[in-house]
Ligand binder design. Sequence first.
Ligand SMILES: Nc1ncnc2c1ncn2[C@@H]1O[C@H](COP(=O)(O)OP(=O)(O)OP(=O)(O)O)[C@@H](O)[C@H]1O
Ligand SMILES: [Mg+2]
Length: 271
Amino acid sequence: MKSVAFISEKGGVGKSTTVLNVAAAMAGKGLKVLVLDTDPQANATYVLLRGEKPRRPTIHEVLVGQAAAIHAIVPTALPGVDILPAATDLADANVTLAGEMGRERRLRVAMAGAEAAYDYVLVDTAPTRSLLTTNVLNFVEEVLVPIVPGLFGVLGLGQLQADVAAVRRFLDNKALRLGGVFLTMTERHNVAQDVEEQLRRLFGDLVFRTKIPRSVKLEEAHSRHESVLSYAPKSVGASAYLALTEEILDDGREAKRNGDPGGNPSAHDAA
Ligand SMILES: Nc1ncnc2c1ncn2[C@@H]1O[C@H](COP(=O)(O)OP(=O)(O)OP(=O)(O)O)[C@@H](O)[C@H]1O
Ligand SMILES: [Mg+2]
């Protein structure tokens, strides 16, 4: 089992879109995928359960210790993809857990055993730094960051890198790493090129080769509760997400990073 979380404090940068389409691409290759929805907005849940309200228990009951993860995981509209769904009351978990024992370890403890049935666990996250995100960081193997080109595209990455380092130092997940950054919603203009150059300067080999272009097909697919791979298989969005998935699955990409598990050390105070 491998696990990856898509994290950015910026809202609307394509985290949920990436989780959905990478899940579909992985399942298309015959991999068994589990999506963890840790965002109270529950966007991934909404698309994958075709707009149906998730029945209880959800990830909230799992985190507060009222249900086992295997009792909350359900199949989705995508063959080969299961989900541990979220509902809007997940926001309350930040408050409920704050005074509880093992508050930063709840997801890690809950997933022990449940994850074994899957080749890949993909975690969607909220655009807020919270106890929920800390739980995610203390569980996954790697963090991938979508970045929309623009003036403030890379701001906030410094905080995320500090959080990754703090989890390795103070919590259980000693092998957690920033696995990469990739550009989303790119358009053909100079800002995108500037941001890409800046990213490569800061993050070197951590920058994915694949860029996800802005494509209306991606949005249309969501509103039909589909992945772009089934909705518009010949679109630029579909081929970009297939390529991104290949890169995520490529074990070789790790070796290209000079053997440094935390990524380029010179980038650590970069943003
Ligand atoms: N490459 C793209 N081209 C066009 N639209 C896109 C693309 N990627 C995502 N979108 C659309 O942009 C909006 C935001 O994307 P998404 O919900 O995936 O971002 P997010 O980072 O998960 O947001 P949040 O932080 O609120 O959870 C959605 O309406 C989505 O359909
Ligand atoms: Mg989202």
